[in-house]
Design a protein. Structure first.
Length: 256
């Protein structure tokens, strides 16, 4: 994929024939309710409270990424089905935006933010792509969660920290998952830009079933102050460390 902006003639060809854009089609996870009006005009798949949308990459280099939303009109002009669009995106997205796993403790330490041994007792992993842009979509890459869960020998709670990344928390380290909702909500209200909010939900990855499901919001008497404060701070520190470069890369990128 060239790092140059395509000329107008190429753009016209792309809008007329799917063969010219097929290798540039990718998918992107967004919040369903926050984008409901726009979703009426574009092909998408609903996944719980999320929506999988499709885009074509016009430009990508070290400075930034430019993509355009695939609309229903383009799907009609190209004369292809939703399945064909999904197949192309499934092949292209991991290739153009390879997965990138980050140990949050290591990232916070490299950023010069002090952390205590108590905080690092519960590991947290940021899962995004190498560009750290629209990285929450890596959740749908084949074998990524399965391989990481096999390596760590545990299931994971998935915190949708923004459209650019998700945070994985080993389930065998969490006694009370209800506190994780506090972490996500607090981060969305204080750290994550409004247009970057992915969800207020928490998900669970079951490695035996290779399945992601939403977690219920049941509260328990065993809720620990440790979760409510130190882990929330840890998550916010981690997000702050990657928010600035993402904002710079995505200055002119549309919401959906």
């Amino acid at each position: 994929m060239s790092g140059r902006y395509p000329g107008w003639r190429i753009i016209i060809l792309i809008l007329e024939k799917f063969e010219y854009v097929r290798d540039r089609i990718v998918y992107r996870l967004v919040n369903y309710e926050k984008n409901k009006e726009i979703l009426e005009d574009c092909p998408h798949l609903r996944l719980y409270d999320l929506a999988l949308t499709f885009r074509w990459v016009a430009h990508s280099d070290d400075i930034g990424i430019s993509t355009a939303l695939v609309t229903n009109q383009e799907l009609q002009v190209w004369g292809i089905s939703m399945n064909e669009l999904l197949l192309a995106a499934r092949e292209n997205t991991p290739r153009l935006f390879p997965v990138h796993m980050i140990d949050m403790d290591e990232m916070i330490a490299q950023a010069g933010i002090p952390i205590s041994l108590d905080e690092s007792a519960i590991p947290m992993y940021i899962m995004t792509n190498e560009q750290e842009v629209n990285g929450a979509s890596v959740l749908l890459y084949d074998n990524v969660l399965e391989s990481f869960a096999l390596e760590k020998k545990t299931d994971f709670y998935i915190l949708p920290s923004s459209i650019h990344e998700v945070i994985l928390v080993p389930s065998n380290k969490i006694d009370d998952p209800s506190a994780l909702f506090t972490m996500v909500s607090d981060a969305n209200n204080t750290v994550v830009a409004l247009g970057d909010i992915l969800s207020d939900s928490v998900y669970y990855y079951n490695r035996r079933k290779n399945q992601i499901v939403p977690v219920g919001k049941e509260t328990k008497d065993s809720l620990k102050v440790f979760f409510k404060h130190t882990l929330v701070k840890k998550m916010k520190d981690g997000l702050k460390s990657i928010t600035a470069p993402v904002e710079e890369k995505m200055k002119d990128t549309p919401k959906v």
